[in-house]
Design a protein around this ligand. Structure first.
Ligand code: GRF
Length: 199
């Protein structure tokens, strides 16, 4: 199966997928990596793995819809079976969701529906929860609202800082991403009334 991965930052989730996909038994290959900005470690990781990259910055297009159309076209060129947002910090638009909405997954560093948005670990810590974690889900038109594929939990420790909690979540998150992307591509899935099942 063909994976296109979208990144905006360090790309540690991307790296976990690249490492897993090095084994043919994994059943999927990262065929391209897209970003919304230059100069990020995620693009370097793709380059080191010999995976083609493209960058579509919102600022490079006259309107957000033009950016969305360009991103959709660039992703489509690589004919993905699954598109993965791995720390991609842009909300895609209607055109992208029309093309890939049934196979666009995102990993979020909180236990949705709690703590959506870009500060999951910080918000969880500030709230005082005792369990945090990560959620893998199919993206819909909302912010972090789509059908949930899997969740993994980690404890919040008394002396946690935003950094230590973020790292603990990310470690669990990478394992979950690799496991479930592999299962989705190898086994397929159905979604009925928001419930995702992998046969
Ligand atoms: C992940 O924890 C993701 O949930 C959040 O940003 C992080 C991306 O990390 N949205 P990386 O770029 O994969 O290292």
């Amino acid at each position: 199966a063909r994976l296109v991965v979208l990144v905006s930052g360090s790309g540690s989730n991307l790296q976990a997928l690249l490492d897993a996909a090095a084994d043919p038994a994994y059943g999927a290959k990262v065929v391209a990596v897209g970003a919304d900005r230059d100069g990020i470690a995620g693009l370097d990781r793709a380059g080191r793995a010999g995976v083609p990259t493209f960058v579509d910055s919102v600022k490079a297009y006259p309107t957000r819809a033009d950016w969305d159309a360009a991103l959709t076209a660039h992703v489509a060129e690589h004919k993905p079976d699954l598109v993965i947002s791995a720390g991609f910090l842009k909300l895609v638009g209607t055109e992208f969701l029309t093309a890939f909405g049934d196979r666009y997954v995102n990993t979020h560093n909180a236990l949705l529906p709690s703590f959506p948005g870009i500060h999951g670990p910080r918000d969880a810590l500030a709230y005082g929860v005792k369990i945090a974690g990560a959620t893998l889900f199919f993206v819909d038109a909302g912010v972090d609202t789509g059908p949930i594929i899997a969740q993994v939990s980690v404890p919040v420790l008394d002396d946690d800082t935003e950094e230590t909690l973020t790292e603990r979540i990310k470690e669990a998150e990478r394992g979950q991403l690799v496991e479930y992307v592999g299962r989705l591509v190898r086994e397929g899935w159905t979604i009925t009334d928001r419930k995702v099942s992998i046969p």
